[in-house]
Design a protein around this ligand. Structure first.
Ligand code: FMN
Length: 230
């Protein structure tokens, strides 16, 4: 198993997907995604997330409407609504509790999406919704707040969502605004090719690097080459 390459593939391939195939997602894969979500860190290990898996078509249509009519969501066979059991956290961390509670749910959501990519699924994070409508549709109790809806399904379309602010514009060393300290640090694209050697120097040789050399060119390979050119 090549852990470095697997994570890299998931990070690069995890693009927001808004076009899904009419194909069911096996319940086992939903289980894998939720398991991944529960490994997220949380303040005080309070694990203040609730996951609501919605497969019922009528309910998914209602959710799409509650997301300010994002009709593309109807096509996703699964909606995972990540909810925040906020009181659990604010009781323990009064001032920062609200922020901590949201952050933990966000990490769980990201991990669910990474796992979706890992098992060959596509997903999109949806944060634009009417909180009251979602609360009503899902019969959420008072203290449970919907944080995001993750649409999940199969797709045969690679979305265009790759544009990113160059990392040297948002990274500083030692203090904000200082980015010339490590002149040779950027561009980060140069590291991809030699990372195997760097890992070998840092941790010793492993079978992982040998395996990666044998991997066929996938859409990940194509995107990675595209990133290298940036
Ligand atoms: C907090 C948050 C809220 C978002 N809300 C929506 C949304 O309501 N509808 C949508 O289509 N995409 C939504 N997205 C997805 C972003 O539009 C998408 O991640 C961004 O355009 C980058 O594209 P990529 O994920 O394909 O790289 C949201 C993402 C985040 C993190």
């Amino acid at each position: 198993m090549n852990w470095y390459m697997d994570l890299d593939r998931c990070l690069v391939e995890k693009r927001s997907c808004k076009s899904y195939l009419d194909k069911q997602v096996p319940i086992e894969l939903i289980g894998e995604m939720l398991k991944a979500g529960t490994y997220a860190p949380s303040a005080g290990n309070l694990q203040n997330w609730n996951f609501i898996v919605v497969r019922d078509q009528q309910k998914r249509y209602e959710i799409a409407a509650a997301c300010h009519k994002q009709d593309w969501m109807r096509g996703a066979p699964v909606h995972i609504v990540v909810c925040n059991d906020i009181k659990k956290v604010t009781d323990m961390f009064q001032r920062k509790g609200k922020l901590y509670a949201t952050q933990a749910c966000a990490i769980a959501g990201q991990d669910i999406m990474l796992k979706a990519t890992d098992v060959g699924l596509y997903s999109c994070w949806v944060g634009s919704f009417d909180e009251y409508a979602i609360t009503r549709i899902l019969k959420l109790p008072d203290n449970i707040i919907p944080e995001m809806i993750i649409t999940v399904g199969y797709s045969d379309q690679m979305e265009q969502g790759l544009e990113r602010i160059p990392v040297d514009k948002v990274t500083f060393f030692e203090e904000h605004g200082k980015n010339v300290v490590e002149k040779s640090f950027f561009p980060l694209s140069k590291y991809g090719q030699n990372i195997g050697k760097v890992l070998e120097r840092a941790t010793g040789p492993s079978a992982q690097q040998q395996e990666s050399a044998e991997q066929p060119q996938s859409s990940f390979g194509r995107i990675k080459n595209w990133l290298k050119g940036r």
